[in-house]
Design a protein around this ligand. Structure first.
Ligand code: PDD
Length: 295
């Protein structure tokens, strides 16, 4: 039985109880974060925390988040995941328990804070090297998807559409623009330039997206943030997704048509390699810090 965190307590998952009056349950009134861990070392936890705080501010959820990083580390330890090659912590904060109203509760409420940790697996090298497929589907989400809310039904429906079509993922299209994936950011490569949608209210500002931008700068790979028209995908040389647990994931076929020559391309490979290097650096830094602290 895994150990989860709920409102100040670490407890077996089957003992975690959440009220049916929780506004997360009734109204999707909350946010979440998913942070990747590699042999117990988080990747860019500070960036995840910054995005969490920005979401809480946007939704006016009053919560002292100073202990949240510690919850992450403790859940990894409690669940014996320090040596797992790849694991994650899922964190969800809802406005809390209050009688159902469409406005915010007028009395102060304690937010509900729930978190769990689990291992995940990368695709096999064979599967990664073969690449993944996607279909385009209409983006049926609201106009503030920059806030990482738990309201994910349109994402779920898009991903299910992809599965029903036998594809690995969905690319959400709004007004002819390939915005992002159902749970990952989307990139296309034209010539020597990797292109992705600019940060706006229409995409989730992915932490992996930000890391990949830095990696591209380091490696001298040109990047452009601009809208990618779905029609343009026919002329793309490469395509890939970025996200926590997806890392850098090649997309070699969209709507049944190959991207470029239908094989994983050099820019996708270089950025994926850079992503692995970034993880290794985070691990080295964590080891140095532990040594300095005499752990
Ligand atoms: N998904 N776009 C969407 C719509 C997402 O849901 C996610 C993350 C991303 C990538 O963000 P990041 O690089 O910070 O993981 C982009 C998470 C992992 C999920 O829903 O499980």
């Amino acid at each position: 039985m895994s150990t989860v965190y709920l409102n100040g307590q670490y407890l077996p998952k089957d003992q975690a109880r959440i009220s049916p009056d929780d506004r997360g349950f009734l109204l999707s009134d909350g946010i979440y974060e998913v942070t990747g861990f590699y042999e117990g070392v988080p990747l860019a936890l500070d960036r995840h925390m910054a995005r969490m705080r920005s979401g809480l501010n946007e939704l006016r959820i009053d919560f002292d988040s100073s202990g949240v990083e510690e919850i992450h580390h403790r859940l990894i330890a409690e669940n014996g995941l320090q040596s797992a090659e790849t694991s994650l912590v899922y964190l969800q904060i809802t406005r809390g328990v209050a009688p159902r109203t469409h406005y915010f509760p007028t009395e102060p409420v304690e937010p509900t804070v729930y978190a769990f940790a689990k291992a995940w697996s990368r695709p096999s090298p064979e599967a990664w090297n073969k690449g993944f497929t996607a279909i385009t589907v209409p983006d049926r989400r609201w106009l503030r998807v920059d806030i990482k809310t738990i309201s994910l039904l349109p994402n779920v429906m898009a991903f299910q559409d992809a599965r029903d079509a036998g594809a690995d993922d969905a690319i959400l299209v709004r007004d002819g623009v390939a915005i992002e994936g159902a749970h990952q950011n989307f990139w296309a490569v034209f010539g020597d330039t990797a292109v992705t949608h600019p940060i706006s209210n229409l995409i989730l500002p992915g932490i992996s997206r930000g890391l990949v931008m830095g990696i591209a700068a380091e490696k001298g790979i040109a990047i452009k943030e601009r809208a990618i028209m779905a029609e343009e995908l026919a002329t793309a040389d490469e395509a890939f997704f970025t996200g926590t647990t997806g890392e850098v994931r090649p997309c070699v076929e969209i709507d049944g048509r190959p991207i470029g020559d239908g094989r994983v391309g050099p820019i996708t490979r270089a950025l994926s390699q850079g992503f692995r290097e970034t993880i290794a650096r985070a691990q080295e830094k964590a080891a140095e810090r532990a040594e300095a602290a005499g752990v």
